[in-house]
Design a protein around this ligand. Structure first.
Ligand code: SAH
Ligand code: SF4
Length: 372
């Protein structure tokens, strides 16, 4: 066990064997509903609290915490057992409170424009490590209630499949979060999308598309060589059929690369049969990818071009860029310091941090007509 949130109810019963039965209920409520660390569960006898304090110690240690957008965006760097670090971002809006969680320390997918991909892969997280990110953020959000969880931090959630599915289930069952307020973002692990469709979880799926022709997509997203667009389309059609949920296609607009008329036509051709919603994200700067994001006028024109072609599209509200908390800017600091990109990351992340203005939140806007 590494986190109190690794425990199932059965594990807790076993841990508290010999105590009166209501104690397990009390601790379970303390963990999930009241969201307190064991040390703050003051209704427990001191001796029990001390015993549990060791057994239920947190897995995450906050080594840095920064805020932007006048406190509405908050980013933590957490150190995990073994020394790897992950980042978690909390975003507060008028109508919802969203946490963006990491599923892996780093990422092995190697997308060229993404800071996480550029810095390499350390390890996958356990279910407790994922859930604890949510619970720490929920604590910080109080008195607002955390309403949405998006798997859009570091890592590819479908490459850590069992943990992702278990975390989704527990958030729904133990924390009472509505499944449609849980979003899994994937770069396109086609068989895992199909498997997830069969899990009976009505979560929201976001597919990071970025290009709708195989040549360009394979350059941006190496996994496209393994699961090219036709294979992806089959998996997405299966998702729609099984879940009746609308898919979001994520598209980071890159100057001259995927913001052309040809890109518009290709994207519309891909999105139309799926009746998908498109989320446009102006590319955020990262150290290892020098092409810039599309200028604002081009972003607006691209969105209009999609509407003209009958495809619903939104430009994501911007959040967190000044603290490197925006999409694709999250990086395993330990890796970045040690790794081959070390020097460049160290310098350029500071440059990126000076970019004025906001950047995308790490969450898709809802498809039109979707209740939140
Ligand atoms: N691995 C998953 C989830 C994490 S990435 C995935 O790729 O979907 C979260 C989102 O940020 C993805 O849509 C990703 O494509 C996007 N992203 C990555 N780098 C970016 C950048 N530099 N600017 C804008 N969005 C970026
Ligand atoms: Fe990994 Fe997603 Fe970044 Fe690609 S975009 S490297 S899949 S985190």
């Amino acid at each position: 066990m590494t986190s109190p949130y690794d425990l199932t109810r059965e594990d807790l019963d076993e841990l508290l064997d010999g105590e009166p039965r209501y104690r397990a209920d009390q601790v379970w409520r303390g963990l999930w509903e009241e969201n307190r660390p064991v040390a703050a569960m003051t209704t427990l006898p001191r001796a029990l609290r001390q015993r549990l304090d060791g057994a239920l110690a947190p897995a995450l240690r906050a080594v840095n915490e920064v805020t932007s957008d006048r406190g509405a965006t908050r980013k933590w760097v957490f150190e995990l057992a073994g020394g790897a670090t992950v980042e978690t971002v909390l975003m507060t809006y008028d109508d919802r409170v969203t946490v963006c969680v990491s599923s892996q320390a780093g990422c092995a997918m190697g997308c060229t424009f993404c800071a996480t991909g550029q810095a390499g892969f350390t390890r996958s997280l356990g279910v407790g490590e994922v859930l604890e990110q949510v619970m720490v953020a929920a604590r910080a959000a109080a008195p607002r209630r955390l309403s949405n969880v998006v798997f859009m931090g570091m890592g590819e959630p479908l490459a850590n499949y069992a943990v992702t599915v278990e975390a989704l289930r527990r958030l729904h069952e133990h924390r009472g979060l509505s499944a449609r307020h849980l979003t899994v973002s994937t770069v396109g692990v086609a068989p895992a999308i199909e498997r997830l469709a069969d899990e009976g979880l009505a979560v929201t799926l976001a597919l990071s598309l970025h290009a709708a022709n195989d040549d360009t997509r394979s350059e941006l997203v190496p996994l496209n060589r393994r699961y090219p667009l036709a294979r992806l389309a089959t998996a997405l059609a299966y998702w729609s059929e099984r879940t009746s949920r609308r898919i979001s296609l994520e598209w980071a607009l890159i100057d001259g690369v995927n913001d052309t008329e040809q890109s518009l036509d290709e994207l519309a051709t891909f999105a139309t049969p799926l009746r998908a919603h498109v989320n446009l994200i102006p590319l955020n700067p990262t150290p290892g990818y020098l092409t810039r994001g599309s200028p604002p006028a081009r972003v607006a024109a691209f969105r209009e071009g999609l509407e003209v072609r009958g495809v619903n599209a939104t430009v994501r509200r911007t959040r967190g860029r000044s603290i490197d908390a925006a999409c694709g800017q999250l990086v395993n600091v330990t890796n970045a310091r040690r790794g081959r990109l070390g020097a460049r990351v160290a310098v350029d992340v500071r440059v990126a941090a000076r970019v004025p203005g906001g950047a995308p939140e790490s969450e898709p806007s809802p498809p039109r007509g979707t209740a939140r």
